[in-house]
Design a protein around this ligand. Structure first.
Ligand code: PLP
Length: 422
């Protein structure tokens, strides 16, 4: 065993989520053809979008020098100047944001952007303070946990739970419980949220933004699923950016996860800091996603594709999955589905379930259905006794219809058995 540093101990020794992802991967590899994978975060394969990527690759191959530039050149650490200028133009013209090229930096996926941002802003400071990232509402994206190179830096707050009708609910930020002291370095939310499909309302965002500004700290908004692209955003709400916001975006959920392209839109000094970190950690980012996407951003076609292809694809997936839940679950059971306002998941809550979500996960795995137990998404929260954190599961609805439909039927059966066993 290597004699690891603190960084090494934190990042090299595995994590709960690595174990789970391994477990899911192995179950899938050895589970046979009937395995129903509702556990991952893989975006759906959209034929119209795949045709666009193919066409763009053909154009790059046909244009003299374009292929050679794409695979043969290092970009500046900040990203491709052409791609960045197309983005700045889109954000300022289409959304009215006061954004120039200097506000933008490219990273190797949104995930890397978070590693850089969290570690640059939070953690131990020279004067000995321990700066925190405040998550005003958990459950929140599991990919953030374990990203600290030092001590854990998340402070999370329980949401208010609004029950809607017999079988739905929505999380709301509990502003009375938000405590912003000198330790808080930034506030962070994903919107739409992975794992719940929640979209924080415009009003909640305005309040968070005002609080951040009042305390002189940035509001980080993870817009991996949001507008203007990929626009997997079903709620009646608007994207926001202002000079106190760090907004991250990604080319993954529009269909290019393999190109590892993230976008940070931030105050100039933060965009420059992200470029510095890219240079140190990886010299430069991959050119491929930027080269594929640049003309689509420049012409605005990316907006049309997001609105007319990507969004309707996921709206239909979400609605069908909810329909199958209504059809499969016994109406007398206390199951609830979080309002599906965006992203790729349904978040199911089984109030007072006699077993934990981890046990439900194991039982479903035995039956060939893979989901993610919800407890992983409540990191940063001290209250271990809050039973809600072990009463939820996340299921992805992007797979083939038969997989999602049959998977939901099995979840419904197993949950009914669990309540009946008491
Ligand atoms: N943020 C959220 C909320 C996500 O769900 C994901 C991926 O699933 C990411 C960020 C990171 O995505 P990528 O690194 O592929 O851009």
């Amino acid at each position: 065993m290597a004699d690891f540093s603190i960084f090494g101990n934190n990042l090299c020794g595995g994590s709960g989520i690595e174990e789970l992802m391994d477990d899911l991967g192995n179950a899938l590899a050895h589970g046979g053809p009937d395995t129903k994978m509702l556990g991952g975060g893989q975006p759906g394969s959209i034929p119209e979008m795949n045709a666009i990527w193919r066409k763009r690759m053909e154009e790059i191959m046909a244009e003299p020098g374009a292929m050679e530039a794409m695979v043969g050149n290092y970009d500046p650490p900040k990203g491709s100047p052409k791609f960045i200028s197309a983005l700045a133009h889109l954000f300022s013209q289409e959304l009215g944001w006061d954004v120039t090229e200097e506000n933008i930096a490219i990273t190797a996926g949104g995930q890397t952007a978070f590693f850089f941002l969290f570690n640059a802003l939070a953690g131990r400071t020279r004067d000995g303070r321990r700066k925190k990232i405040l998550l005003p509402l958990v459950p929140e994206y599991i990919g953030y946990s374990n990203q600290s190179v030092g001590e854990d830096f998340f402070r999370a707050v329980k949401p208010k739970i609004e029950k809607i009708g017999a079988h739905q609910f929505k999380y709301r930020v509990d502003f009375d419980a938000l405590e912003i002291d000198d330790e808080v370095a930034a506030i962070c939310v994903s919107r739409p949220t992975n794992p719940t499909g929640n979209v924080l309302t415009d009003n909640e965002m305005a309040k968070l933004s005002a609080l951040a500004e009042q305390h002189g700290i940035p509001l980080i908004i993870d817009n991996a699923y949001g507008a203007p692209f990929p626009n997997i955003f079903f709620a009646d709400a608007n994207p926001i950016w202002n000079a106190n916001t760090i907004l991250t975006m990604s080319l993954s959920k529009i269909g290019l996860p393999g190109t590892r392209t993230g976008i940070v839109v931030a105050p100039k000094e933060i965009a420059a800091a992200v470029a510095s970190m890219s240079a140190i950690v990886g010299l430069a980012n991959s050119n491929v996603g930027q080269a594929i996407m640049e003309p689509l951003v420049r012409s605005g076609e990316v907006l049309k594709l997001s609105n007319e292809v990507v969004k309707p694809f996921y709206v239909e997936k979400s609605q069908k999955a909810q329909q199958w839940v209504r059809e499969s679950f016994d109406d007398t059971l206390p199951y609830r589905v979080h309002l599906s306002e965006g992203a790729l998941f349904l978040w199911l809550w089984f109030e007072d379930m006699p077993v934990s979500s981890k046990e439900l996960y194991e039982r479903l795995k035995q039956r060939g259905v893979l989901v993610v137990p919800g407890n992983y998404f409540f990191f940063g929260l001290e209250d271990e006794s809050w039973k809600h954190r072990s009463e939820c599961i996340r299921m992805t609805f992007t797979m083939e219809e038969s997989v999602v439909k049959d998977g939901i039927a099995i979840i419904a059966e197993e949950v009914a058995k669990i309540y009946a066993e008491g």
